[in-house]
Design a protein around this ligand. Structure first.
Ligand SMILES: NC(=O)c1ccc[n+]([C@@H]2O[C@H](COP(=O)([O-])OP(=O)(O)OC[C@H]3O[C@@H](n4cnc5c(N)ncnc54)[C@H](O)[C@@H]3O)[C@@H](O)[C@H]2O)c1
Length: 332
């Protein structure tokens, strides 16, 4: 099948490119290079033996997207393109709504006019907000705490309305928990601009000496060791979930579905630090700092729905996530 990946040169899209290409699909990437490097294309070529098709452009350019959908005879779209920094979204909400919500509407208009009606959307567990119970299943109430989370929830609502209006759409929103790790070749991985916002890239930069120490925000949460607990999922498990989602779109009647992609297990910051020290043989210096407003004690998925309906389950351990992250971080 011909699959268009918007934002396909980014962290998650590049790993999904590998898995889709290895499953025999033809991948076409559209990315405006806002948060990725063009070299990712060469690295993908090294892994795959040839380079995926790439178009530099913006999802908000409806005419461009229409021409790509037609020229490349696209069967389905995976929509990764978006801005994802929670803190930045608080500072620049209009930029987030414009790019994430506006970009998705423009993409959907283009898809509608070209009669391409299958889409997998990158949503986030951040739509749940503060957990009322754990593990979080898809029925848990949604109440995102940031403009970024709001954009994800609004896009889900748009997708649901669209599917209700025309049952020939097949749409799935995947709510990712905390993707970490890298492809085991060490050729692609997460490459944050500036100081990382997420824990694993931060730890990996402390391990490699790029950053002096890790700040752990709060050690008196109601968790086994007092530090925050999250559901880390290997990015390759997440990527495989997209192939299962594609199969689901083709083999299921449902017009609109939401699925959690997580492991179902929570690990604390300190557990992650200890394991990363072990796999990297480096000391990770840390200090305990005050809790941040809005941070939650624990968050992990109930991933049963994806297991039952998409026959997908995360397989890789936390140790494997750390090993693959470290191989990527310590590349030459
Ligand atoms: N990484 C995570 O922790 C996480 C968690 C939950 C959800 N998500 C979502 O998954 C998706 C992919 O995340 P990621 O970690 O790979 O992010 P990323 O920033 O690495 O990748 C996103 C890609 O989209 C591109 N892009 C952004 N706006 C665009 C536009 N208007 N037109 C074309 N390209 C555009 C960027 O250049 C980048 O390459 C995002 O939508 C993100 O919100 C990510």
């Amino acid at each position: 099948m011909n699959i268009l990946l918007t934002g396909g040169l980014g962290y998650i899209g590049s790993h999904v490119t590998v898995v889709l290409a290895e499953a025999g699909h033809h991948v076409i990437i559209l990315d405006n290079l806002h948060n990725c490097k063009i070299e990712v294309l060469d690295r993908l070529a090294k892994i795959l033996g040839n380079s995926p098709a790439f178009i530099q452009g913006d999802v908000r350019n409806q005419l461009l997207v229409e021409s790509v959908l037609k020229d490349q005879k696209i069967d389905a779209v995976m929509h990764f393109a978006g801005l994802k920094a929670v803190g930045e979204s608080v500072q620049k909400p209009l930029m987030y709504y414009e790019n994430n919500v506006g970009g998705t509407i423009s993409l959907l208009q283009a898809m509608k006019s070209c009669q391409v009606k299958k889409i997998v959307f990158s949503s986030s567990a951040t739509v749940y907000g503060i957990p009322q119970y754990l593990p979080l299943d898809e029925k848990h109430p949604t109440n995102p705490e940031s403009p970024y989370g709001q954009t994800k929830l609004q896009i889900e609502a748009i997708l649901q309305d669209l599917a209700r209006s025309d049952q020939s759409w097949k749409i799935i929103a995947l709510r990712y928990f905390n993707p970490v790790g890298a492809h085991e070749s060490g050729l692609i991985g997460e490459e944050p601009n500036g100081i990382p916002n997420n824990l694993m890239p931060y730890i990996s930069q402390v391990a490699s000496g790029l950053l002096p120490k890790l700040k752990i925000f709060g050690n008196d949460y109601e968790t086994p060791d007092g530090t925050g607990v999250r559901d880390y999922i290997h990015v390759m498990d997440l990527a495989e979930g997209h192939v299962c989602a594609l199969n689901y779109l083709y083999n299921n009647e449902s017009e609109f579905s939401i699925m959690n992609l997580g492991t179902g297990a929570g690990y604390s910051v300190l557990e992650l630090v200890k394991l990363y020290q072990k796999v990297s043989s480096r000391k990770i210096t840390y200090e305990i700092a005050a809790k941040r407003a809005g941070d939650i004690a624990a968050c992990y998925a109930n991933a049963d729905k994806a297991a039952v309906h998409m026959v997908w389950k995360a397989k890789r351990s936390l140790e494997k996530m750390c090993e693959d992250s470290w191989r990527w971080q310590s590349r030459g």
